[in-house]
Design a protein around this ligand. Structure first.
Ligand code: SAH
Length: 245
């Protein structure tokens, strides 16, 4: 029986792949993948495995999502083991839910293999814990794709006044608008934030600053990158570890 595995590839460091993901990647007849932080993962596939690239850059698909759904479905009709490989976790801004629903409606069985999301692990590789006793009691993972200037926003900006950590994915191109918006809702201009690019890979870049100066400091930093806003960013001074290796 055919099975589709909606699989998380983790943030980049190949060793952050789960054992389960590793197993299905080795068994796959076809791997349908996005732009991955670590393309070396594909080298784990068996001889004869087919690769289908359905590219996704900074949250924008080069193929529309409904076409990707159809590509997965068509491959499921042809192959036994279909791996749909996505960066991080398939259900964290990964549209894995839509792909699962499309398959379910067509009677194709699937499994979800969670991955280590960049939202938490990329800050960790920068020495920034998303929660910390006495500093942040919760964290939010928010899409940065939507412009904060949009008239009717789905994002509850007013709720971001607290010291909860905020992690914006897909937001680098909106960095300036996001920083301005957070100052507008009342955060101090010198509130800590960081931009982390290509986290957990050899090309990792971490830029720390404040809501006021982060745009200038992070100029030219490449994607994929996330933005983390919160007092926890300060802990990097003490907890920075990856660069030391
Ligand atoms: N499903 C993924 C997120 C998909 S949205 C996950 O769970 O990680 C894509 C966004 O994730 C990028 O725009 C970027 O904000 C973030 N991202 C993914 N990998 C990253 C990395 N190695 N370093 C920094 N940000 C990363």
């Amino acid at each position: 029986m055919t099975r589709v595995y909606l699989t998380g590839a983790g943030p980049g460091d190949i060793e952050l792949l789960t054992l389960k993901a590793h197993r299905v990647i080795k068994q796959a007849d076809v791997i349908i993948y996005d732009r991955l932080a670590n393309p070396e993962i594909l080298e784990m596939a068996k001889d004869g495995c087919e690769f289908v690239y359905v590219g996704k850059e900074d949250g924008r698909h080069t193929l529309p999502q409904d076409e990707i759904n159809e590509v997965i479905y068509q491959n499921a009709l042809k192959h036994k083991v279909v791996v749909r490989l996505k960066g991080g976790d398939p259900f964290v801004f990964g549209r894995g839910g839509e792909e699962g629903a499309y398959l379910q409606e067509r009677g194709i069985s699937f499994e979800i293999i969670p991955g280590i999301t960049s939202a938490i692990s990329v800050p960790a590789y920068a020495g920034i814990p998303v929660t910390h006793r006495g500093v942040a009691v919760s964290f939010r993972v928010v899409t940065g794709h939507e412009s904060p200037n949009k008239e009717v926003s789905q994002i509850p900006w007013e709720n971001f006044k607290t010291d909860d950590t905020i992690i914006f994915l897909m937001g680098l191109h909106n960095l300036s608008k996001i920083a301005t918006k957070l100052i507008e809702i009342g955060k101090p201009k010198d509130y800590p934030c960081a931009v982390i690019s290509k986290g957990s890979t050899k090309e990792q870049i971490v830029v720390t600053g404040t809501l006021e100066d982060i745009v200038k400091k992070a100029k030219g930093v490449p994607t994929p990158a996330l933005i983390i806003v919160g007092k926890v960013v300060k802990l990097r001074d003490q907890l920075k570890w990856f660069e030391q290796q």
